[in-house]
Design a protein around this ligand. Structure first.
Ligand code: GRF
Length: 237
């Protein structure tokens, strides 16, 4: 059983999906055992308390990284934490913590990395950038965390269409829905691998079994929808 700490700065809807998946009696691979936030007012803390999960506020602003790291590592040790899941955590995790948890610290990002990631690319800015770039597809990435924003190796990715007329807000809502589905399973896969004592960083998100792509193929565009998307129907009539 992996004891997981979730780090969150915001409302915590992804935290909620993890609590619903792991802490409501489902499976014995992992449990959310601690929620850490840099903001005392984060909605995520209320969700944790409602689920009976321990919380810790660790301020980051205007503090030395090593002081934050020491406080964070002490809290993680106190709660016997083996895995860290970032869920809307807007601070860079100190290098010391990242190194101590290498292969055991993951994040969720609301786009298909390596596109639309990096410093300053969070929240509604991601979706605005995707729309401004004219992309037809965005998506969700769950990835390992290293010392740089959004650069660790992906664990799982899922595409989400960008629809004509989408605003950053409507796209964000569609992507968030998929985040809530993907994160619990990606985290479960990581924790299951750790339980089997598999090397944590050898994972390869590319699927070996083509049948696993059935869901994607089911939603693949038909000839008709491809023609409509490219405006070919107009020319034909
Ligand atoms: C999500 O979009 C997540 O991908 C990003 O921050 C957002 C957090 O939302 N890293 P919530 O607090 O889980 O609702």
């Amino acid at each position: 059983m992996q004891r997981v700490a979730v780090f969150a700065s915001g409302s915590g809807t992804n935290l909620q999906s993890l609590l619903d998946h792991f802490n409501r009696g489902a499976g014995d691979v992992a449990r959310i055992a601690l929620v850490v936030s840099d903001r005392a007012g984060a909605g995520a803390l209320g969700r944790a308390a409602a689920a009976g999960v321990a919380t810790r506020v660790i301020a980051v602003r205007d503090r030395e990284a090593e002081v934050v790291a020491a406080e964070t590592l002490a809290a993680l040790a106190e709660h016997g934490i083996g895995v860290i899941a970032l869920a809307g955590y807007l601070r860079l995790v100190p290098d010391t913590v990242v190194q101590r948890y290498a292969g055991r610290i993951v994040n969720i990002h609301p786009a298909l990395l390596p596109a639309f990631g990096g410093p300053g690319m969070y929240g509604i800015r991601v979706h605005r950038a995707v729309i401004d770039a004219g992309c037809a597809v965005s998506g969700v990435t769950v990835h390992h965390v290293d010392e740089r924003y959004d650069e660790g190796r992906p664990i799982a990715q899922w595409p989400v269409p960008v629809l004509r007329g989408d605003t950053p807000e409507t796209l964000a809502a569609r992507v968030l829905h998929v985040e809530h589905r993907l994160y619990p399973f990606a985290l479960e896969a990581l924790c299951a691998g750790l339980e089997r004592a598999a090397p944590p960083d050898r994972g390869d998100p590319r699927l070996e079994d083509p049948a696993a792509f059935a869901l994607i193929e089911d939603t693949a565009p038909s000839d008709g929808s491809l023609r409509r998307m490219l405006g070919l129907d107009r020319e034909a009539t």
